[in-house]
Design a protein around this ligand. Structure first.
Ligand code: HMG
Ligand code: MG
Length: 298
């Protein structure tokens, strides 16, 4: 069966804008985030407290959060890789953070300048301190299905990194198909491997990029396995500057179209969201990659 309700974890302002060639002005980012909340999204990943040289697109994180008018009932999580990032997030008054690990050695090195083991050493004090401060901590595992340098990823490697993060005290684990190569059988196998390892599906979320057009199918497979939190990006923006061949995330509009059709509630107003993505596409100077946005507003 399918869930009655799905929580959409909107990553457009972070995953979407981190991958743009240009730095989007902070006023545009603020309007984007506000419009996403207007459309009914209740979790909006706002930015990252990473090294500004590594991701110059999000170097304005402090400025953005100082000027953001937050709303009751809306969470604005941010990415935090290390204790320096946590300090910055706490100073900004953030209550929800996300750490981001890699299932593979190569991507841990390229994205975090750490080994697969030493990334965990970096995250451990972040999670411990954040949880002690009463923050909610999510963890990503990138390259959960395939890696551009290492090829197919063994579910056991993903489970082992994911379990370590859960044991540290994170509340939710998001399984990332960073380069958008996964197919539904792999989704089923990975969720099965977590179930076998004793991880409740209540702690799992999915994060699909749409490079090979499989994101929606993979999402449906995950819903059938009991997942109820799905990551997506308004208009299908997104990608990772440190992952070769990563393209946009599953578009939030594509996801809402599917869920509306299935009678699964999300609280998101598709029309209002498509307007926002069409508006953002104009700011970015190119059409939205989302099929649904183009069908509705093309
Ligand atoms: P490093 O060079 O190893 O950093 O980078 P370090 O720990 O050696 O520190 C070097 C200097 O950087 C120090 O300054 C630190 O203070 C400073 P110095 O003492 O030399 O003056 N520094 C910082 N400054 C500001 N904020 C910080 C910070 N940390 C250190 N947070 C580091 C390691 C993790 C910082 C770097 O690799 C990094 O920033 N990586 C981020 C990469 C990134 O953001 N990638 C995209 C997000 S992941 C993604 O998109 C995938 C996802 O969507 C899921 C999926 O699709 O699978 C989540
Ligand atoms: Mg991503």
């Amino acid at each position: 069966g399918l869930p009655d309700r799905v929580t959409i974890w909107e990553v457009g302002p972070r995953d979407g804008l981190q991958n743009e060639d240009t730095v989007v002005p902070v006023d545009v980012k603020l309007e984007f985030i506000d419009r996403l909340a207007d459309a009914g999204l209740t979790t909006i990943e706002a930015t990252s407290f990473v090294h500004p040289k590594w991701v110059p697109q999000l170097a304005d994180a402090e400025d953005l959060l100082a000027r953001l008018s937050t709303r009751d009932g809306v969470a604005y999580p941010v990415l935090v890789p290390n204790e320096r990032g946590l300090d910055r997030a706490l100073a900004a008054g953030i209550r929800h953070i996300a750490i981001f690990a890699s299932a593979t050695e190569t991507f841990a090195n390229r994205n975090l300048n750490r080994t697969r083991d030493s990334q965990l050493t970096m995250f451990e004090p972040v999670v411990t301190r954040a949880v002690a401060e009463g923050l909610d901590v999510r963890g990503y595992v990138s390259m959960s299905f395939g890696d551009p340098w290492e090829g197919a990823v063994d579910p056991a490697a993903v489970v082992s990194v994911g379990r370590r993060l859960l044991d540290m005290g994170i509340s939710q684990l998001s399984l990332g198909d960073t380069i958008g190569v996964a197919t539904a059988g792999q989704v089923s196998a990975l969720l099965g491997a977590f179930a076998e390892a004793g991880t409740s599906v209540d702690h799992l979320a999915v994060h699909f990029h749409d490079t090979y057009g499989q994101a929606l199918t993979n999402t449906l497979e995950a819903l059938r396995h009991g997942v109820t939190t799905v990551d997506s990006s308004a208009g299908g923006l997104g990608g990772c500057p440190y992952a070769e061949s990563a393209t946009g995330n599953l578009a939030t509009e594509d996801l809402v179209w599917l869920l509306d059709g299935l009678g699964v509630s999300t609280g998101v107003d598709l029309d209002s969201l498509a307007d926002t993505s069409a508006w953002m596409a104009e700011r970015l100077g190119r059409p939205s990659p989302s099929r649904v946005v183009r069908a509705l507003r093309g």
